[in-house]
Design a protein around this ligand. Structure first.
Ligand code: RI2
Length: 307
């Protein structure tokens, strides 16, 4: 199997998962496509376009994936008049820079996010976001003696990954079932909720793992700060043009063994939408911003995509 086919398959079955990781893996796969044998630059360009389509179709919700692919396609288009070897060099350099930039963004968010956390705070998180894990580990490194509460995140249980990672890092961690959030917020005196993002829309709405919006509502009711941590690659330029984000529906078999409940229909949406009004702040590599500033970030960062 080629790197491209392998990457598409791994993203589909969530062997590669997390909004940032699928973007990085997609760019790495396109870099390999650009190295393949070809008669001329046009042929390579065509191969990259086809690869981009396959990658974009592998998972529909996290916008970091099409943003990453479109960036490489944009560089390809800009350099299509170059001779083949020069063209390859441009794509390789762009892919390497993209990956480095995401690593730097993650690092910057870690530092900014850790500054937001106070000494002895208890932070609740949902699902498994590398970005959030990074923030909590940085805060721990600063000697802040934080505690973490992780939801299981049914049906795929990504919360177990978060709990394991944080606990092994030395952070006092508690795992709860998803439906315990409201009670536990009071019982364990949660200070802040910090979640990752799959997509941020121009109006500041957040799309993240199913269950996020219920947690935001609980936090709102209990006056607990609700924070999203996200690299700017997860902002959706298409939302500026009125497109809505497709919420991925995954197989019923992730929820229950097929047929176990006879004719009962199983619905398994993987993400939900948290409205901007329930979000206190968004942490990006550029700093802290209110969700209402999403529009400005999009115009600034993705202007090239909107032309
Ligand atoms: P990072 C994940 O989706 C979760 O929804 C998580 O909050 C988000 O991606 C961002 O993850 P999934 O791939 O990029 O588990 O912060 O469906 O790692």
């Amino acid at each position: 199997m080629s790197t491209l086919e392998q990457t598409v398959a791994d993203i589909k079955r969530m062997k590669i998962r997390g909004a940032l990781d699928i973007a990085i893996a997609s760019v790495a796969a396109m870099k390999e496509v650009a190295k393949e044998d070809a008669q001329d630059t046009d042929y390579l360009l065509n191969k990259l376009e086809k690869a981009g389509k396959k990658l974009k179709n592998s998972r529909p919700t996290a916008v970091s994936l099409p943003n990453a692919v479109n960036y490489i396609l944009h560089v390809s288009e800009k350099n299509k008049n170059l001779e083949q070897s020069e063209f390859r060099k441009k794509i390789t350099a762009a892919a390497d820079k993209f990956i480095r930039d995401q690593e730097k963004a993650l690092e910057a968010i870690g530092v900014i996010g850790a500054n937001v956390i106070e000494k002895d705070e208890t932070i609740l998180t949902h699902c498994n976001s590398d970005t959030v894990v990074h923030i909590l580990e940085k805060a721990f490194d600063q000697g802040k003696n934080i505690k973490a509460v992780c939801t299981e995140s049914r049906p795929r249980y990504q919360g177990l990954l978060t709990a394991k990672e944080l606990s092994e890092y030395g952070i006092q961690t508690t795992l709860i079932v998803d439906s315990a959030v409201h009670l536990v917020m009071k019982k364990l005196k949660i200070d802040k909720v910090i979640v990752g993002a799959d997509t941020v829309c121009a109006n500041g709405d957040l799309i993240n793992k199913i269950g996020t919006s219920q947690i935001a509502l609980c936090a709102h009711e209990q006056k607990i700060e609700f924070i999203a941590a996200t690299e700017s690659i997860k902002f959706s330029p298409q939302s500026l043009l009125g497109s809505t984000v497709q919420i991925e529906e995954r197989s019923a078999s992730e929820v229950i063994k097929p047929g176990k409940l006879g004719k009962v229909k199983i619905l398994n949406p993987a993400f939900d939408i948290t409205e901007a009004e329930y979000i206190n702040m968004i942490i990006t590599e550029y700093g802290i911003m209110p969700p209402q500033a999403a529009y400005n970030l999009l115009r600034e960062k993705f202007g090239w995509e909107l032309k």
